[in-house]
Ligand binder design. Sequence first.
Ligand code: NAP
Length: 292
Amino acid sequence: MALRVGFVGLGAMGLPMARNLHRAGLLAGSWNRTAAKAEALAAETGTTAYPTPAALAAECDLVVSCVSADEDLLALVTALLPGLRAGSAVADCSTVAAATARTAAAMLAEAGVDFLDCPVSGGTEGAVAGTLSIMAGGDAAVLERVRPALEAMGRSITHMGPVGAGQAAKATNQIMVAGINQAVTEALAFGQAQGLPMDRLIAALEQGAAGNWFLGKRGRTMIRGEFPLGFKVALHAKDLEICRRMAAELGVKLPVVEMTLLHYARLPAASADEDISALFRLKSDMFSASDD
Ligand code: NAP
């Protein structure tokens, strides 16, 4: 029998993920804090806009969630619990700390409900295309049970280990994103200060050993001073705070994480809602300041 999936959190990521579940014939309906978004999806797809998380939980075998931060996930689990049936499952695609995933799993286990942490990578483009990389933590048998839903949203589904392991993998990814952002924005600001033809430079670099996804997707916009979303600075800063806490548990400070958090804090306040390539502002300002 096909899974009946309820989706919670119709944001920049969640809405296209829910649409892909609908295309796969799995979406029963959705709930969103701002009700108008769930009502619009219901009108578009002919699925249900549930009045509360518990009402959604009561009618679904699987709840997929994609909310902002740790406290939002825990508040959502509390709101789902009165409706969740034993034997159903929650797969959370938000980016939160591994410890928060374990807390959510413990809250749900008391009601006989399974939990998987399923953070995603691939940005809004990947969410629209259904090509996300999903890093899953939790019981392997539960993962197999809900796999059709994950396959509707992602191209790569990797079981990383027990609950929390998905979020640990995602934190690893976010540290790498910070380093790549630092390297690409700083290098392109340098290239620009050298007076190089930037479009030609990017085309050449893409073909060489330093070529990477971020350079290809964001390089040409950042050199024009455009930072279309993408991935918001505020969300990456939130993720790097998670990485900082997880590293601190091991008694370590990570230089790339510390430097990127410092640099994000130096961006104008309005950059919080821009793409992380807005770091290019700070890097190119370094060169214009040296002209003074
Ligand atoms: P977003 O556009 O800001 O959407 C956030 C969603 O969460 C909205 O539907 C919001 O409801 C809901 N929400 C927030 N707090 C809530 C609460 N306390 N209770 C119930 N619902 C709540 O964010 P996003 O870009 O989709 O990101 C969602 C998650 O995916 C984050 O953890 C983020 O780190 C992760 N992620 C994002 C990207 C990306 O490229 N954007 C990539 C990978 C992973 P309202 O509509 O009412 O505000």
